[in-house]
Design a protein around this ligand. Structure first.
Ligand code: NAP
Length: 486
């Protein structure tokens, strides 16, 4: 039986960009689920902010469309009573006096300002919050990705936010870290005696991290074209996953204990730059093809013009430290791939000597597969004997645990955990400034090498696993992408 979730202390959550896609599709449903679970004190308020001229009733009507699919009307009405709206332009003064009066500046009241807007507005919003002294006491600010498009722009954002909010008040969100499987990585690694002694280059052959999407860029093409897969996925989500796999055991789960260890991994990444980017990275861009049973256009058609922005990247990263020297981390991510799957695969080295006849069949690698989506869970591939009297034949089978099946409950969305972590003031699963900077320091030279090479990304058909060069990247090393995820 699941333990009841504890009530958090009363808070105000202000969502700048409250009418936007992220707020309506993710943040408000996440808070609604926490409400249904009884975690929100009745005096807590959620206030959407955007320029659109809505009132409370209009905003609630907007949210009702999304939330009504989730539960019955009575509970939804009760939740929406705690939700309000204020029309404000982050760049104009009008309305801010009233907004500041509404929020109040009592230092012992938790106020969370979630910046779910384009990062160009972060400086204006934080400046005004500071002007009205809404940054005092238990105020916190949540920054959505992207935090910059390179080290310089990330520093500009962090400097500007840092003038108003201290580092301990600043929560840089990476929703991948809120996923149940990522938490489970900590539990598996540090809660079992089984794995940690094997968790090094003596026993692990390589690691793969795949984040595959079936969707194209659609009506977000213009935004995406300024980013690309490396900025959108690798610099943040995938490096954070890599850090969770590779970090040394922290002394505790205290926020800085975990983040110090992740930072050391980022600092230990071998540089990829103009000298080796061609060998260690593959960029791709989808063309027309068939995705999820339907014909779909290519990226340039969706965008309306040709572009050098990558919608796919595969790369081989290496960590220069005693634990991981010689163990490649293969990362791949892309849009319009055949299935929507996010997985970490830890592939162990083969046994040193086989005692079995050739007739028993090949000995496959043990693989630990941590599935982040869909259907979060863990699979451990083992070699066993095929049952029956037909001689000793080997089979490779998974110990397969779907969290939803094992615990009989669907997993909460990552935003549910992370939003309440902000309310609680727990930054363990949020990125510290120095982590963001270290990630850009590693990713920047890759982007520069690509820009200097001025080569177009390799085309791949929508619905395929990316350019053939991505297969060659791993096969050159005598390895293959995990077929189970494909
Ligand atoms: P969006 O749908 O374009 O929403 C932007 C929001 O900002 C709208 O509510 C918009 O409302 C408001 N806004 C724009 N200019 C404003 C101004 N001057 N003052 C006050 N409000 C203003 O964007 P989104 O998809 O929700 O994404 C928001 C941010 O989160 C982006 O940085 C995005 O990269 C990031 N993000 C999004 C997702 C996602 O799944 N959508 C995932 C991860 C990160 P008005 O136009 O009415 O002002």
């Amino acid at each position: 039986m699941t333990a009841p979730s504890p009530l958090v202390e009363p808070f105000d959550l202000v969502i700048f960009g409250g009418t936007g896609d992220l707020a309506v599709r993710k943040l408000l449903p996440a808070m609604f689920h926490r409400f249904l679970d009884g975690q929100l004190p009745p005096s807590s308020r959620i206030i959407g902010v955007a320029r659109e001229a809505l009132d409370d009733a209009g905003y609630r009507a907007l949210l009702r469309q999304t939330l009504s699919a989730v539960c019955d009307a009575v509970k939804l009405d009760a939740f929406l009573q705690q939700v309000g709206y204020r029309p404000l332009d982050a760049r104009k003064d009008a309305g801010w006096d009233d907004f500041a009066a509404l929020i109040g500046s009592q230092p012992d009241h938790v106020r969370v300002f979630y910046l779910s807007t384009s990062p160009e507005l972060f400086v204006d919003i934080c400046g005004r919050l500071g002007h009205y002294r809404l940054n005092q006491g238990k105020s916190r600010v949540v920054l959505e990705k992207p935090i910059g498009r390179d080290l310089t722009s990330a520093n500009q954002i962090n400097d500007a936010v840092g003038k108003v909010f201290s580092e301990s008040q600043t929560f840089r969100i990476d929703h991948y870290l809120g996923k149940e499987t990522v938490q489970n990585l900590l539990a598996l690694r540090f809660g079992n005696a089984l794995f940690e002694p094997l968790w090094n280059n003596a026993h692990i052959d390589h690691v793969q991290i795949t984040v595959a999407e079936t969707l194209g860029t659609g009506n977000r093409s213009a935004y995406y074209d300024r980013a690309g897969a490396l900025r959108d996925m690798v610099q943040n989500h995938m490096l954070q996953l890599l850090c969770m796999v590779a970090m040394e055991p922290p002394s505790s789960l205290a926020p800085d204990a975990v983040r110090d260890e992740k930072l050391k991994v980022l600092h230990s990444l071998q540089p990829i730059d103009a000298g080796n980017a061609a060998q260690l990275t593959v960029r791709g861009q989808y063309r027309a093809g068939v995705a999820e049973g339907a014909s779909v256009p290519g990226y340039p058609d969706e965008l309306g013009h040709a572009s050098h922005t990558e919608t796919f990247v595969a790369l081989k990263a290496e960590i220069a430290n005693w634990r991981w020297a010689g163990v490649p981390f293969y990362l791949r991510t892309g849009k319009r791939l055949p299935s929507r799957v996010s997985e970490i695969v830890v592939a162990f080295k083969p046994v040193p000597h086989s005692i079995f006849d050739v007739a028993a069949g090949p000995l496959a690698q043990n693989r630990l597969v941590l599935r982040l989506q869909p259907d979060e869970g863990v699979k451990l591939w083992l070699t066993i004997k095929h049952p029956g009297p037909g001689g000793l034949r080997l089979r490779h089978v998974p110990l397969d645990m779907s969290f939803a099946e094992a615990f009989g409950v669907s997993q909460p969305d990552a935003y549910e955990r992370l939003l309440l972590d902000v309310v609680r003031g727990n930054p363990t699963l949020f990125m510290r400034r120095d982590e963001v900077e270290a990630a850009w320091r590693w990713a920047g030279p890759i982007l520069e090498a690509w820009a200097a090479g001025n080569e177009a990304p390799r085309p791949y058909a929508a619905g395929s696993w990316g350019p053939s060069a991505a297969v060659a990247l791993i096969e050159r090393d005598g390895r293959t992408w995990n077929e189970d995820s494909e």
